[in-house]
Design a binder for this molecule. Sequence first.
Ligand SMILES: *Cc1c(COP(=O)(O)O)cnc(C)c1O
Length: 409
Amino acid sequence: MKKPVHALQTHFQVEHDCLLVGSIPLMRLAQRVGSTPFFAYDRALIRSRVEHLRTVLPTGIHLHYSIKANPMPALVQLLAGLVDGLDVASAGEMKCALDTGISPQYISFAGPGKTDAELAQALAGSINIHLESETELERLDKLAMAMGITPKVVVRVNPAFELKSSGMKMGGGAKQFGIDAEMVPQVLKRIARTSMDFHGFQIFCGSQNLKPEAIIEAQSNTFQLAIELAEYAPQAVRLLNIGGGFGIPYFPGDLPLNLEPIADNLKTWVTKLKISSPETVIAIELGRYLVGEAGIYVTKVIDRKISRGQIFLVTDGGMHHHLAASGNLGQIIRKNYPVVIGNKMSGTERELVSIVGPLCTPLDLLADQMDLVKADVGDLIVIFQSGAYGLTASPNDFLSHVKPLEVLV
Ligand SMILES: *Cc1c(COP(=O)(O)O)cnc(C)c1O
């Protein structure tokens, strides 16, 4: 059997042996940024990803961006103009969303453990609040009455089914997310007794999925469940957020997600729902699929050393900026992200190297025994697929190095 390889990273172009970000050669961009390491996000790639989704998905489906994936303000600002809604999960993300100028009716606040202070902020901001438990419902009702504000609520449902083959499961079984589906009818009855403005349901089961058949099965189950639960709704269901879970290829053997069969199945359900529930807007919430492939992490080689026959490139960046690429963000088996030497794209002399960071821990490993173009001190290492869950999902303070910059190009 052939060894699995990384999916080709052809979305970034190459000119004179150097990777281009936007149309800027990486070496020039590094000079412009002024210091390494840094994250660079390509706005044209983000735009074309959104356009692609709009072309393939049935018309009328709303696209939401989940800020958790990458909260860089300039990037969120860009997305605010491209998508139909922003999903937030903290007061900080809510501020980031509001700062874009998007109307609060297009901002949704989900997540377990929302504090009274956060709920009050969301109420004052006229944000949609996704209820994650019955006690949260009670707290929100009290706060809303005290503040004299009618809350706009969505019930987040923890379904009995799950999204199979997901990088992260966030629904099915016992979970801290959402209200168990079987409890939802009685919760809806409680909502009916309050002055809350019920908007609809959110059913999110998982993340980072590359199997269309698994996504199709979960989405069909989601629509089925939503239709069943709608019978108990105190008002017409105006929003059905069906989650997302679209994955991107990170590791050798991963293939880009084929959206066509997913879109075909969605079309059937959208048509069905349009007949039974014409006022329902269907939304899909995506994080990494919108921004993950548009971002790179760039770090400079500081030292090159050989230890008992193995070559190590020691860089100025590492797991404190990019925990996921080091394999420490929930992965069970460590695998390499796609990596290139950004200023030596077509070198013919290759070697097997490990790329490590400056932290005093063996966990600080960015590439393990990878076959790469031969690199020297000063060369720029590029880690692809780094536009989501990079800087924001990393322990920046570990070892007290300087925080890297992020640029939107
Ligand atoms: C994390 C999260 C997302 C985004 O997941 P991606 O894998 O980045 O697309 C969407 N919705 C909810 C509720 C989440 O918690």
